[in-house]
Design a protein around this ligand. Sequence first.
Ligand code: SF4
Length: 442
Amino acid sequence: MEASVTLTAGGRTVAEQATETELLEGGVRQGRRLARLLFYRALRELTGREGSPWGILTGVRPTKVGHFFADRGFQPREMEAIFVRYYGLREDKARLLVEVVGRERELLPPERWRRGAAVYVSIPFCPSRCAYCSFPSFPYQKERVREYLQVLRQEIEGAAELIARTGLEVYALYVGGGTPTVLAEEELAELLEVLTSFFAGEHLVEFTVEAGRPDTVGVEKLSLLRSRGVNRVSINPQSFHAATLAIIGRAHSPEEVEKAYFQAREAGFPIINMDLIIGLPGEKEAEVAATVAKVIELEPENVTLHSLALKKGSLLLGAGSPLPLPGDEEAARMMDLARESLRQAGYRPYYLYRQKRIAGLGENVGLARPGTECLYNMAVIEEKGVIFGLGAGATSKVGREEGTVVNIFHARDPVVYARNWEEKAAQREEAVIKSLRAGAEG
Ligand code: SF4
């Protein structure tokens, strides 16, 4: 395969050409890849910029490309070399990618997702809006929430009926948002009751609830969650610096995070996740190092490192940051520092994804103490099997054997969701039945 690219800008011309004699699998796919690689190299040359550590893997799910090669029998070392040579990745990113692909293949084998289903339930309400947030998040209002939960219940019932009819086995339940724990205790109790009555069964191995904002939990709510079978909870510091939390609109202190964490431990949660964001306004290496040291001291089972991504709809992008944001190089250094400190403390990366406008041209990476990884997180990134996304802003995914996926998106606004959820549920049902039929015939 031969390709050449010539770029001209500002009176300069740069040409790149390559001949590949050892072809990788997938002719058309590789043709596109080679064209992109040459274009990328030419751009680097023309602009004098170093480029991205992820080379031409600009999409959200670089690990999917890893699975493409692993499915075809390539070994980890070969895959690392392919990513460096044919995709322009920096060596450390190629190693990280291949490591994560290996973990995912161990932890989420086809036997799990072929007959399995994960269920995501969205509670799109929060006590206040964080400055970086682009999730579906609306202020908690009693009446609005009551109406939403009524509609959500109907959707849950419909999904449960389809799951029972098709014999799918629910292995993961995940309640996210928003902040599900913003619900009043009685609302939460009713929701948990509905979920367990429909989905708790012999195949369910994980039941996660995001309790991201410590200002929404206390002993009672945490004990309630635990008593209804929730075995994983997220309590998210983002940063352990009070000044940073104030800037990003988190209406809580670092001490409240610690308090909620210990309350969750006392309630008996076997697995606690903590989310951190790298690249927050005004934060430098010293702040990140101190935050990570605090997390290591607390010993949650899972830690998720997000590189700050300035997304559409976030206040930080709209109004601008009140303090300088770190440059790409600095953000990348801080991410490496955080990840490697956690690695030394016994955590291993097991899922990763990228986003647009991500600090340091980096990635988001989930780390876990071995044996505590979250199956739902892997399934949703790899788009494996069927994922029922229930509620406003949720996405259902129906993965097919050959690697394609049908996405069905619910409206983010609870009022719009209430109007058109049935239409979306019908689309989901059709996709699920088609996929299961194809699987049975295949
Ligand atoms: S708690 Fe999470 S979902 Fe709610 S506003 Fe903050 S970032 Fe958004």
